[in-house]
Design a protein around this ligand. Structure first.
Ligand code: NAP
Length: 287
């Protein structure tokens, strides 16, 4: 398939690399120059990348970035032709997604929201789980077997937001537990073993604990992007007249973490704030 892949960040770079490995003809574009995926045509603009593509696949930071790539100067819109498919794997607003889909539908283009979960490791290994809103089945072949169809366009984003709501709360629970445990003189590694042997265990803790125990806060999923998703979930909740008191509190932790300069670290670095407030540092025997 001829694919235009737009956005070569932590996730996009690995995804585009895997598309090349799978034998597709890929054109790539990234806002800042210098990010290149071997085996692809490096395009000068989103419009250039999308020229002649069957599928235009986006993986950029947020709603404004998607709007810019699609409809900004030299945007994808200029190259849209009937029958093309746009697949957006960025995590953005469900409401904006529906508006974007309506706009491109006027050119006979199908829009599928395809946010994913699985983080950097999943992107590199090609084991991401895609959460699909929309009707197009042709592109699902590109995404491998792990696909959940959630309904019409926009529902993929809605589902992604409620997934990240849980990740943010589960991780915050883990970080608060580690902080209190440290203050109470417990060994973190020992505690993680207890967690993993009990009903408290979770995929989030399993993935994050090794990073935390070796105090590696380099970004798998940058804190600034998790804050964006928390805000998107709170925005969706407001639109739906739903109150989310736990998430509102966690948002405040993320706001302070950003003020403290942690925006580009992994969201696991919210732990550092709790440690600072408690005057303690989480340590395993190995740390
Ligand atoms: P990232 O490494 O920060 O990359 C963001 C990408 O968006 C970069 O290519 C960046 O270009 C581009 N971008 C930002 N603002 C832009 C704009 N205004 N116009 C055009 N391009 C713009 O982020 P990531 O981790 O790959 O995440 C990408 C998306 O996937 C986000 O929506 C995120 O929430 C979602 N996601 C991430 C993970 C994860 O674990 N990392 C997991 C699931 C979903 P520059 O290089 O020029 O900055």
């Amino acid at each position: 398939m001829r694919i235009a892949f737009l956005g070569l960040g932590i996730m996009g770079h690995a995804m585009a690399t895997n598309l090349v490995k799978a034998g597709h003809e890929v054109a790539t574009w990234n806002r800042s120059p210098g990010k290149i995926v071997e085996g692809t045509r490096a395009a000068a603009s989103p419009a250039d990348a999308a020229q002649g593509a069957e599928v235009v696949w986006l993986c950029v930071a947020d709603t404004a970035a998607v709007e810019n790539v699609l409809f900004g100067p030299d945007g994808v819109e200029q190259s849209l032709t009937e029958g093309m498919i746009i697949s957006d794997s960025s995590t953005i607003s469900p409401t904006a997604t529906r508006k974007f889909a309506e706009r491109v539908a006027q050119k006979g283009v199908q829009y599928v929201d395809s946010p994913m979960t699985g983080s950097k490791a999943g992107a590199e290994a090609g084991t991401l789980l895609f959460i699909i809103g929309g009707d197009e089945q042709a592109i699902e072949k590109l995404m491998g077997k792990k696909i959940f169809r959630m309904g019409e366009t926009g529902k993929g984003q809605s589902a992604k937001l409620v997934m990240n709501l849980q990740i943010a709360l589960i991780y915050e629970g883990f970080a608060e537990a580690l902080t209190l445990a440290a203050k109470l003189g417990l060994d973190a590694e020992n505690l993680v073993q207890l967690i993993n042997a009990s009903m408290v265990k979770s995929g989030v803790i399993e993935y994050k604990a090794p990073f935390v125990l070796r105090r590696d806060f380099s970004p798998n999923f940058p804190l600034r992007l998790m804050r964006k998703d928390i805000r998107l979930a709170l925005e969706a909740a407001k639109e739906a007249r739903v109150k989310l008191p736990g998430l509102e509190t966690v948002e405040e932790v993320y706001d302070v973490a950003v003020e403290e300069g942690h925006a580009d670290l992994d969201y696991a670095a919210t732990l550092q704030l709790l440690e600072k407030w408690a005057g303690v540092e989480v340590k395993g025997e190995a740390a």
